[in-house]
Design a protein around this ligand. Structure first.
Ligand SMILES: *Cc1c(COP(=O)(O)O)cnc(C)c1O
Length: 622
């Protein structure tokens, strides 16, 4: 396997295979297994979310590098600037990392709600841009004014005329009687004629929730003029949707936005100086070439943006504007990896060791046994067909009462063993029949995580995330795999898909550990994650590297314990606590000593998180 699990398609060289393991392709290249085990040794079990700030930095570096390169290449005069849209990831370990690694750039934050705005105000370095999008009330606009009095470089993007009227009102109230009044900069979000892309297409186009139509833009211009705020207008903004797979819609939107910008300039919007192209830069999640999601490179993206805007500026004889981006997914996805322990394989019953052959077995079963022992490459297809025939016959014999439950169990095991073996033997003849059989012998891997909590876009949108084992990459995985999460919901299943098949190793979980890693989970998944069954955000940890290339594990945040979860749901913690104690103390089924013991155990459990510890009787450490 020179491209196991499609690692060359999705990993951007961030992860490599070394010594049969997935290693981080940075600094001393530690393996994910080594990191996972050292966290687990400290007593943190269950799923782990690893954050890699160096991967956030890499994306920011790439973004600035490509835009600056394109600017030089086309001799573009405007500046390039970027902000991170907080809705993509507001978790403190992420936000603190992104601010830290972007210090050399004038990189800022974008807020779409009051709570996000507070994060932006308290975390954006002074002078770096803050942009504020989304629907805003008077309080939110007032917060923007407060931020600008703190010295922040803040831009309010107006999404509708109503918001502009509120800005005018706040400006009058807030600034009345102040000697040197300060007003935030103003941007206008435009409602594009061209529609957006992908599953998020609704972000653009005439029916979009956001933006001003051309009539409203003219109205806004007039209002700004009437209230002496025209000199605050400095940005034109649009956003065509997330995960855009192709670049053509962006170019179309750029031409539309560029011409609106130029028209406003011509009218007299002299301080207007920036075009904000929103987000949408896509990430490759595919593990197979046939399902690749994007058809352009970052270089092409930067070239197109710079070139199209330059052309418009030239043809309309205006100064080349600053270019802003608000890419979120592109910046954040790769930094987070979810490591989830496999708890159990649900096909143990099909192992040889489960056979209960008798002294004398029904002839058809004897024959199945012989087929299984004798199967080889040249007879595989024939033996396979024979065994499927025998299966039908034996199941009929069972229904008619001629063979017993043990015979039936032996039949199922033997036929499954034969199917498995023949698939291996015939793997070069990719026939439809074999593929259908594969579906039938999939192994179910019960994995200690919640798809609802950690991969909500898989549940909601069918978005696939790269997944692979982090160890054993020297052995060929032979089990067609279905992944089951630990929620009691049948949607928490990543089914085996013949178009993008996932094969995992045949392991004996009683003997060895086996971990799956889900990659590219750093954008949107964490905050969209839901607490279905009350499984909460997994334990997270930041992996930093020092000058020697060694890693440190920092800022560990443990998944919430049971009592915290209940308190979060607004249960009264004290009442729950009292009730538990009362139920034990009042029980007349227990003596005093037993009660003490049970209370001790109970309090230990209450201090731990909801994820499973182990389901194997003889294993304590999952
Ligand atoms: C969501 C959003 C973004 C980020 O989009 P990505 O696809 O994550 O890059 C940028 N700008 C606005 C206005 C948004 O709503």
């Amino acid at each position: 396997m020179n491209n196991p699990y499609g690692i060359h398609i999705w990993s951007e060289n961030n992860f490599i295979i070394k010594d049969n393991r997935v290693n981080i392709n940075y600094a001393n290249q530690p393996s994910l297994l080594e990191i996972t085990q050292s966290i687990r040794k400290r007593g943190h079990k269950g799923p782990l979310l690893l954050r890699f700030p160096h991967l956030i930095k890499k994306q920011i570096d790439r973004l600035y590098f490509e835009f600056n390169r394109a600017k030089n290449e086309f001799e573009y005069q405007g500046n390039f600037q970027a902000v991170f849209p907080l809705k993509v990831n507001q978790f403190p370990n992420f936000v603190n990392s992104i601010v830290e690694v972007s210090r050399e750039y004038n990189y800022g934050l974008e807020a779409g709600s009051k709570a996000e705005l507070i994060i932006a105000i308290t975390h954006t370095p002074m002078g770096s841009p803050i942009t504020v999008n989304g629907f805003k009330d008077k309080e939110m606009i007032t917060l923007c004014f407060i931020a600008s009095y703190m010295g922040h470089n803040i831009t309010i993007t107006i999404e509708g005329i109503g918001e502009l009227e509120t800005i005018i009102e706040v400006n009058r109230e807030f600034n009345s009687g102040i000697q040197n009044p300060i007003t935030p900069k103003i941007g206008i979000r435009i409602r594009l004629h061209s529609s957006g892309v992908g599953i998020w297409a609704k972000s653009g186009g005439y029916s979009s929730k956001f933006g001003l139509t051309s009539t409203e833009i003219l109205e806004a211009y007039q209002l700004l003029q009437e209230h002496n705020l025209l000199d605050k207008l400095w940005m034109v903004h649009f956003h065509i949707g997330s995960q855009m797979g192709e670049i053509a819609p962006l170019k179309k939107a750029l031409r539309e936005a560029g011409n609106i910008y130029a028209e406003l300039k011509k009218r007299g919007a002299d301080t207007l100086n920036a075009i904000n192209i929103g987000g949408g830069l896509a990430v490759e999640y595919a593990q197979y070439k046939s399902t690749k999601e994007l058809n352009y490179s970052l270089k092409e993206f930067a070239n197109d943006v710079v070139f199209v805007i330059k052309e418009i500026a030239k043809s309309k004889s205006i100064k080349e504007p600053d270019i802003f981006t608000e890419s979120g997914r592109f910046i954040a996805s790769s930094h987070a990896v979810l490591i989830a322990p496999v708890l159990e394989l649900f096909s143990q019953e099909y192992h040889e060791k489960s056979l209960r052959l008798k002294e004398t077995n029904p002839p058809l079963i004897e024959e199945l046994h012989d087929l299984w022992k004798a199967i080889n490459r040249s007879n595989a297809r024939e033996y396979l067909h024979d065994s499927l025939d025998h299966l039908e016959s034996l199941l009929t014999l069972f229904d008619l009462g001629y063979i017993n439950l043990e015979d039936r169990s032996n039949t199922e095991i033997l036929v499954n063993l034969i199917i498995k073996k023949s698939i291996l033997l015939l793997k070069n003849e990719d026939t439809n029949e074999l593929q259908k059989l594969q579906d039938r012998i999939q192994e179910k891997y019960l994995v200690n995580f919640s798809a609802f909590q950690s991969l909500p876009d898989f549940w909601g949108l069918g978005q696939k995330f790269p997944v692979m084992p982090i160890d054993k990459l020297n052995t060929k995985p032979t089990n067609p795999a279905t992944i089951w999460d630990i929620t009691c919901d049948s949607d928490g299943e990543i089914g085996f898909d013949r178009d993008t098949p996932l094969y995992l190793h045949d392991i004996d979980i009683e003997q060895e550990e086996y971990f799956l890693a889900f990659f590219l989970t750093g954008a949107y998944q964490e905050v969209l994650g839901m607490k279905h069954n009350l499984f909460t955000h997994p334990t997270e940890i930041v992996v930093n590297f020092d000058e020697n290339g060694d890693y440190s594990l920092d800022n560990l945040i443990e998944a919430q314990n049971l009592m915290d979860v209940l308190e979060d749901m607004d249960y009264n913690r004290n009442l729950v606590d009292k009730k538990l104690k009362y139920l034990i103390e009042e029980s007349n089924l227990l003596n005093h000593k037993q009660k003490e013991n049970i209370l001790g155990k109970l309090y230990l459990y209450l201090s731990e998180n909801s994820y499973l510890k182990t389901i194997q009787a003889n294993r304590e450490d999952l």
